[in-house]
Design a binder for this molecule. Sequence first.
Ligand code: ADP
Ligand code: MG
Ligand code: MG
Length: 490
Amino acid sequence: MATCLHGHHLTDEQLLQILDVARDWALTNGVVYKPFSSKDSKDGLSQAQCAPFSLFPSVVPQRILQQAVDCMVDFNRLMYRVAQDHEFLKEALKSVIRVDPFVRGLWDIHCKVREEGIAQPVSLDLFRNDFMMNVTDSTKTTDAGIPPSSALELKQIELNTISASFAGLIGATGHLHRYTLDLAGKTYSEKEMPDNDPALGLAGGMVNAWEEYGTKSAVILFLVSSIESNVIDQRWLEFKVHQLNHNIRIIRRTLLDIHSRASLSEDQKLIIDDCEVALVYLRAGYSHDSYPSDKEWSARLLMERSKAIKCPTVQSQLSGCKKIQQELARPGAVERYISDPAAVQRIRATFAGQYSLDMGPEGDDAVKKAIASPDKYVLKPQREGGGHNLYGNEMKTRLEEIGSTPQREAYILMERIFPLPEKNYLIKTGLPFTLTDIVSELGIYGVHIGSGEKEMVNLHCGHMLRSKVKGTDEGGIVAGFAALDTPFIV
Ligand code: ADP
Ligand code: MG
Ligand code: MG
């Protein structure tokens, strides 16, 4: 349906030349990652290579981007308040906790720390709120070959409360796309290709949190996995923190490092390798695989017990469960936390239909609906990082197996979004270099620092776009489905 706005008038030879330059530009300027590979180095990671990216930016209507940006401060506040509400989390997650050992593990830590008394009232959240542009009327098109903005609606996919990635690589991708547009002879304005440096905003949040902790010699600890393909994205944040305040030292440690070498002082300072930790920034610990033994769980408990500021706290991580998103979509739920009706409206306007699968008549109805129309829904477990949802026949088969057992309570059902199709060239191992039908997901980054009722920082700080071949169900970049992209604003 849509034509690629920038590449369609170029010969194959010109396109290949642009591709060649773009790849080297990406390597030179840090649009890179270290994908997993079984036959390479001993840690299973190959050398740095270009992260998957689109050759040109993809179209996003101004109204859509603005709407996504305008609700970010509301969402930051909502998610912070939800994380503070123990009773709501308990009620909303009780069915999931029964059947999902990972969520139960996190919940147990939350309860234990809460009973003992929370040592650090301040918390930092670095969120990414993800949306797709749902096509409400595919019969209408503009001159550019895409549906007009009036036939599109912004729908939330999920809000990530832990390890929200790509703020680093995406800033550089914006510059890469300016370069490829120049090479293609396509002019653009600042409005069409706006400045975007989310990593700087997130790093700013980390610096603020570090200052809040108030000890000049204390470090920021990046909690990482021993095998990490998206390490350069994390380094971007590290380097931006350094750019903002070169006196802050950053160390990288794993849960096992914490288990074997970290301790709490009498006044609950987190100490590792003679460093006092001001802030723990989690880029690991969001999946069950991060906790293969009790050692990792006890390391997580130690961190949560400590006086270090956490990004995120375990309760903030829990508030990012898909189950919470589904419970917040119920009438009156957002209103418990947000009193301004206009803000409630900004939040609610982005909600897609979501259904509880808890045992009982409501869940039974949802199972029936999904089995009857498998293409209209997505079945989602409480997992992060892409690759866990079930669609179409696979969803139907799973629901036929578990639809009448409590196992279904590990999932929620979400209405399926049918995103705006466009065309672009995705540069990615395993994909042919050809003009391809793609769909995109737009993410907005947010920073929040709170302490009890107090809101110290609440802002949005940039966007990301990622695109995947149309018809691919899942969406993660590291998980291997999507490529970094940039919005070209029309
Ligand atoms: P994760 O935390 O694993 O990223 P998501 O909810 O973001 O989980 O789902 C992963 C991917 O699945 C998304 O990036 C998106 O491409 C796709 N997806 C999720 N929900 C929907 C939906 N309701 N409609 C269409 N696609 C969806
Ligand atoms: Mg997620
Ligand atoms: Mg996601």
